[in-house]
Ligand binder design. Sequence first.
Ligand code: ATP
Ligand code: MG
Length: 277
Amino acid sequence: MNPANPRHPRILTVANQKGGVGKTTTAINLGTALAAIGEEVLLVDLDPQGNASTGLGIDHKDRGISTADVLTGRATLREAIVDTSVPRLAIAPSTLDLLGVELEISRDSERAIRLKKALQALGDGGPERQLSYVLIDCPPSLNLLTINALTAADAVVVPLQCEFFALEGLSQLLRTVEQVRSSLNPNLVIQGIMLTMFDPRNKLSGQVVADVREFMGKKVYETIIPRNVRLSEAPSYGKPALLYDLKCSGSQAYLKLASELIQRERADHARDFALLS
Ligand code: ATP
Ligand code: MG
């Protein structure tokens, strides 16, 4: 449940302009973990690669209406949503059509708020399902798609790979978040920085964890996602790792992350409430 407003979903954007850092793996498995603990979740696939859609087993023939249609105004978000094999987890899938969207909407004065508007309209016509979380999977770029995702969001989840260049590009991402906050979305916060692909046998992994914690402090989640081959195998079966192998270390870590994230949401809300009262 969104503690700040139980009638509206909490919107979290998974973003990092670096490629292959675990954004989609996080969107899929965090979404599944949240659904597993009772949340009603929508995943919005905003990457033309469509990896989140494929990883959740959405066939191309079932992507008749995609997020590209939503952003260009040809369809509503509600029309794009399809169920997944995970109870309480639905997805608005993407197709390669998203590649052309940026150009198509680039002259529109509302080009950066199209996803936000689509999400706001989701409740129109009565609640089909009362969503509690929306997760947005971004492409590896700070393009207009990512800007739409940041503008629509309440908070950002940033996955960082436990490798030498982990922090490279983070300041650019944080600057972009700051720009969006100062212009389009004053309420945007960083929900947390998530360390992933941790390999305990690799000395460097431990050093990266220490550096990132030193640099980003409490923003870094306690939960660290290990490097786990089951997480990378699952998408080829069109399943989240939590359905493919619930007991594997990767699935267990994403379950832990989901409860840490929910606790953080509640703590932030309690703090805001205390400041107001
Ligand atoms: P892109 O920027 O291309 O969208 P991404 O940031 O979404 O990439 P993923 O697709 O989630 O990254 O992950 C990149 C690759 O690493 C994939 O093959 C994925 O299966 C694998 N992977 C992700 N997380 C882990 C992990 N914790 N352990 C092992 N493999 C992982
Ligand atoms: Mg991805």
